[in-house]
Ligand binder design. Structure first.
Ligand code: PLP
Length: 430
């Protein structure tokens, strides 16, 4: 499969953008080779600059749950754009989206719309620190919450792929306020709270981890995080940037029936446009300006075109409620992949929740960052490239989630399976 145009564009881009890209994992550094430049997407497909149609399992890292540019989104965006792109003043559309979010996430009694998941998390931490008058933040290794200074410590996929789990440029004094514990290790959380429970402002967690690949919370993990934070007057923040509107309409907090104090949303909430949100208990959120002393603002916050895309996405999801069908389709698909791996003698593990999944070349259960890191990344890279040659686009990193959209039909997935079977039989044994 020729990729001359992508190669040329990548070469030129390296003279303009750092590493040729605007976000590191896009550079293919984790799998080697040249990133495909994408010219368009439609439903479950993207087309690269050399004209190849690829079945897309990346889906803008989970944002496009309805597939690329469904008509309802294209229409909403066009209609809204005609009326002006940005006003820096409130609009009725923002209210509509906020109400939709609030109905789906009743824990977000008050919220703010922002422009990226990073911004949502960064703001939530600032509010949590102010509201508790404490400074320590607890996170879990392999959890990624955007490139927030306090949280770029053992930060999952992107950072891990580049073998630099800790970023340069973060003051040691700030990193010292962050505690990192193994995901799913309740004893470690209990011990930390025993030692310094009175200094902990908040525990932030991906309620279903998806940035070291998909890793489910162990039974009772989220419940006990809730109990421990409450008992110590610390806040529990769910980072549902991936899981919100993905695992079900009301996110992981609905699935697990655990109510956090604060929630961060992104990706699907903007239907692929730059939009995110954070919110939580009213008494906590009222620390934010203009009601309170925590400053947080944004010229493009609640941008009307992004908001229109969010409304179109959420109303479609609400009306169609595709979650059971997505789950069934993804369970069937990943089951078939496991079967194909068995037949080819490949040791793999697939972790899946709803329509998000990760294939690890690993012969033991994957439950935390340590077990994730035992996976064979060379095999993943070979798997990735062999599939790319056959027209399948997986996330270009062994430590990311892959996603199924409502447009991935059984016929399309069967085509992907056939490519996966051929690929397994050609890979060296794991
Ligand atoms: N939180 C989680 C769980 C994420 O997966 C991401 C991005 O992948 C973020 C936060 C940061 O979002 P953004 O990339 O929009 O800044």
């Amino acid at each position: 499969m020729t990729q001359k145009k992508s190669e040329l564009l990548f070469k030129k881009s390296q003279d303009v953008f750092v590493g040729g890209v605007n976000s590191p994992v896009r550079s293919f550094k984790g799998v080697g080779g040249t990133p495909r430049f994408i010219t368009r997407g439609q439903g479950p497909y993207v087309w690269d600059a050399d004209g190849h149609r690829l079945i897309d399992f990346c889906g803008s890292w989970g944002a496009s749950v309805l597939g690329h540019i469904p008509n309802v989104l294209a229409a909403a965006i066009a209609r809204t754009a005609k009326r002006g792109l940005s006003f820096g003043a409130p609009t009725e559309l923002e209210l509509e989206l906020g109400q939709l979010i609030q109905k789906a996430f009743p824990s977000m009694a008050r919220m703010r719309l922002v422009s990226s998941g990073t911004e949502a998390v960064m703001s939530a931490l600032r509010v949590a620190r102010a509201a508790t008058q404490r400074e320590v933040i607890v996170k879990f290794s392999g959890g990624y919450h955007g490139h927030v200074d306090s949280l770029l410590v053992k930060a999952g996929s992107g950072a891990m792929t580049l073998s630099s789990p800790d970023s340069a440029g973060i003051p040691a004094s700030l990193a010292q306020k962050t505690r990192v514990l193994p995901y799913n290790d309740l004893e470690a959380v209990r011990e930390l709270f025993r030692r310094e429970g009175q200094s902990i402002a908040a525990v932030i967690v991906e309620p279903i981890a998806a940035n070291m690949g998909v890793v489910s919370p162990k039974e009772g993990f989220l419940e006990e995080l809730r109990a421990l934070t409450t008992a110590n007057n610390a806040l529990l923040i769910f980072d549902e940037v991936i899981t919100g509107f993905r695992v079900t309409y009301g996110g992981a907090q609905t699935v697990f029936k655990v109510t956090p104090d604060m929630t961060c949303l992104g990706k699907i909430v903007g239907g692929g446009m730059p939009l995110a949100a954070y919110g939580g208990r009213r008494d906590i959120m009222e620390w934010v300006a203009p009601l309170g002393p925590v400053y947080q603002a944004g010229t493009l916050a609640g941008n009307p075109v992004a908001v229109a895309a969010g409304i179109a996405t959420l109303t479609t999801l609400k009306a169609r409620s595709p979650y059971k069908a997505l789950e069934k389709m993804t369970a069937w698909f990943t089951g078939e992949i496991e079967e194909a791996a068995r037949e080819a003698g490949q040791s793999i593990r697939i972790n899946r929740v709803g329509s998000m999944w990760t294939l690890f070349f690993n012969n033991a259960p994957v439950v935390d960052l340590t077990s994730v890191q035992r996976s064979n990344t060379d095999l993943y890279a070979a798997f990735f490239h062999s599939l790319l040659e056959r027209g399948i686009y997986l996330p270009p990193s062994a430590f990311e989630a892959a996603f199924i959209t409502t447009t991935h039909t059984r016929a399309i997935l069967k085509r992907a399976l056939s490519a996966i079977q051929k690929t397994f039989s050609k890979l060296p044994g794991s």
